[in-house]
Design a protein around this ligand. Structure first.
Ligand code: ATP
Ligand code: MG
Length: 555
């Protein structure tokens, strides 16, 4: 972060709090509900919460907000921890809202004892109909008049399992005519006979989000509880509970959630994509999940940089996914090893090449002075990309064509002399001659050519499968597009190339690196790879091809 950079509004609040002596340091938390894998929106929240604590010398807790037994699972807990660590953050404590179930229950008893909570036997329909509307006050029913004694007994019986799901709820007595509907005697406990992923069958009453969240913050002495804008109307209830219970005065602050073009970002929708097999799993490289982006080859640093660049907004907006891809390219350009892979091979025979083979030096990364070189084999028969040859080229075609010369990257200049055809008229192979004095790095040929092609030696090439990804959705603003979001899935979001040929260096150093396949984009090895079959994912193209298309169609 550069020093002149102005503070975001949360940093301003924190600095004012510290200056006023309210807090010496700050404590934040990242509070995921373990009901799905984390997505790039969560990454924003993680970078913000951990980033602020780091900046102001404080700490951040990882708190699993696991108060809803039905949708939660340990698989999700594990994936969340892996994702936060991979993003580069370490939490001070790992907590679970479910660890506080006893304490939260006692808080609820305290509210009953203060005459501020009552057990209501109404159905959820009755409760809803008595709530009124934003312009009409609600009405309190007869259960609100129960005695403290009766409420306490009933609440203990609820806990003991005496009642069925939905038979009773615990509500707090606030204000049935408040313009804020959430203050009209909100429910803070419900009965749910369900197995919880951590507490098993110990509980059959569970706290509602609003009650559990604020009190969990308080228990952990969270100073700044940062959440997204939809929680603005919940803040008065958050403050009310803390005030009535006299617990640590945590404060809630809201910022705009991240929305991104061509993407969905809700765990519910992502789960649908997985369950209905539109993608191959939570970590499908087309998913907006952190695990999907990791598998696709996005460096953690590029995701952090993206979150830094978009800043902290107070109003909802839609961020161009191109900005994320820009950050990915910027990072990969610095560190990806350059390699050559031919996707659609066409054979070249170099008729005047008489050696059996030679190993040429080629830079690993021209952007990195310490990147070193690798050896690439050159021999009489090589492959180039079929699209890099044209029999009848237009003017200014600088790739290979009859009588035309091109440079083979890190090797020699070759000239096309003859095109050998199969019986059906298709090209069998292309006969070229090479210019021995044109060797890369010691070129004394005096010949200049405009085109440089990537290539692989036939005898040394290794087979690879290459997976090319496009946007998963065809519309910019998926959330606001008409109809079901799945109507907008891009049917061509995955293209698999099975017969690619790669230079042999890729067999040895694939696991720990990112690559730039020359002229093809940035790539990373996929977990489906084996010793017999290399599989690569394209992380991102070399340039923003979509931006180009927009420009073209605009004129
Ligand atoms: P989703 O709607 O995708 O299921 P959620 O908000 O229900 O997300 P939680 O597990 O409850 O998911 O979120 C954990 C934290 O991440 C919360 O503080 C939440 O506000 C934050 N968060 C979730 N989505 C975004 C987003 N798109 N942008 C910024 N923060 C987000
Ligand atoms: Mg949630």
């Amino acid at each position: 972060m550069s020093e002149e950079k102005s503070l975001n509004f949360i940093e301003e609040i924190i600095e004012a709090d510290i200056a006023a002596g309210k807090h010496k340091t700050i404590t934040t938390r990242f509070p995921p509900e373990p009901n799905g894998y984390l997505h790039i929106g969560h990454a924003k929240s993680i970078c913000l919460n951990f980033g602020l604590a780091k900046k102001y010398g404080g700490t951040t807790n990882l708190r699993f907000d696991d108060t809803n037994p039905v949708t939660e699972d340990t698989e999700y807990v594990d994936s969340i921890k892996e994702d936060v660590r991979w993003l580069g953050f370490e939490w001070a404590h790992e907590f679970y809202a479910s660890d506080y179930f006893e304490q939260l229950f006692q808080f609820a008893v305290q509210l009953i004892e203060k005459g501020l909570a009552y057990v209501d036997d109404s159905t959820s329909e009755e409760i809803a109909s008595q709530k009124g509307t934003p312009t009409q006050p609600g009405v309190r029913n007869k259960y609100a008049d129960r005695s403290i004694e009766e409420n306490k007994n009933l609440f203990l019986e609820m806990r003991a399992g005496k009642y069925a799901d939905g038979a009773k709820v615990l509500r707090v007595k606030i204000d049935m005519s408040s313009p804020n509907m959430l203050l009209r005697d909100p429910i803070i406990y419900r009965i749910k006979h369900a197995n919880h992923h951590r507490t098993g069958d110990a509980w059959c009453v569970y706290p509602m989000y609003d009650f559990a969240h604020g009190q969990s913050d308080s228990i952990e002495k969270i100073t700044h509880s940062i959440c997204t804008l939809e929680f603005v109307p919940h803040r008065p209830l958050y403050d009310w509970c803390i005030e009535q219970l006299g617990t640590f005065p945590s404060k809630q602050y809201e910022f705009a959630r991240l929305n991104m073009t061509y993407t969905v970002m809700s765990k519910r929708k992502l789960l649908q994509l997985v369950n209905e097999n539109h993608v191959q799993g939570w970590d499908d490289p087309r998913m907006s999940t952190i695990s999907g982006m990791r598998r696709r080859g996005y460096p953690a640093a590029s995701i952090r940089e993206f979150c830094e660049r978009i800043g902290v907004a107070k109003r909802e907006n839609l961020i161009d996914v191109g900005l994320l891809e820009f950050c990915v390219r910027e990072e990969l350009n610095k560190k990806a090893l350059r390699r050559m892979v031919v996707f659609d091979p066409i054979k070249i025979v170099i008729t005047n090449y008489t050696e059996s083979e030679e190993w040429l030096d080629s830079e690993n990364n021209p952007e990195d002075p310490n990147g070193g070189t690798r050896k690439i084999p050159f021999s009489k028969e090589i492959f180039i990309e079929a699209e890099d040859f044209m029999e009848n080229p237009p003017k200014k075609y600088f790739r290979l064509a009859p009588q035309q010369m091109v440079r083979l990257k890190s090797a020699y200049i070759i000239q096309c002399n003859e095109v050998i055809k199969n019986e059906d008229g298709s090209i069998k192979e292309i006969h070229c001659t090479y210019i021995p004095e044109s060797k890369s790095g010691s070129d004394t040929s005096g010949i200049h050519v405009k085109g440089t092609l990537h290539w692989v030696s036939r005898a040394h090439a290794i087979k690879a499968e290459v997976r090319l990804y496009d946007r998963l959705f065809q519309v910019e603003n998926v959330a606001e597009a008409e109809g079901d979001f799945k109507d907008h899935i891009n049917p061509d979001s995955l293209q698999i190339i099975t017969g690619a040929l790669a230079e042999p260096a890729l067999a040895n150093d694939s696991k720990d690196h990112s690559f730039q396949f020359l002229r093809k984009g940035y790539f990373v090895i996929d977990k489906d790879s084996s010793d017999d079959k290399l599989v690569f994912n394209r992380t991102v193209t070399l340039k923003d091809t979509w931006a180009k298309e927009v420009k073209k169609s605009n004129g």
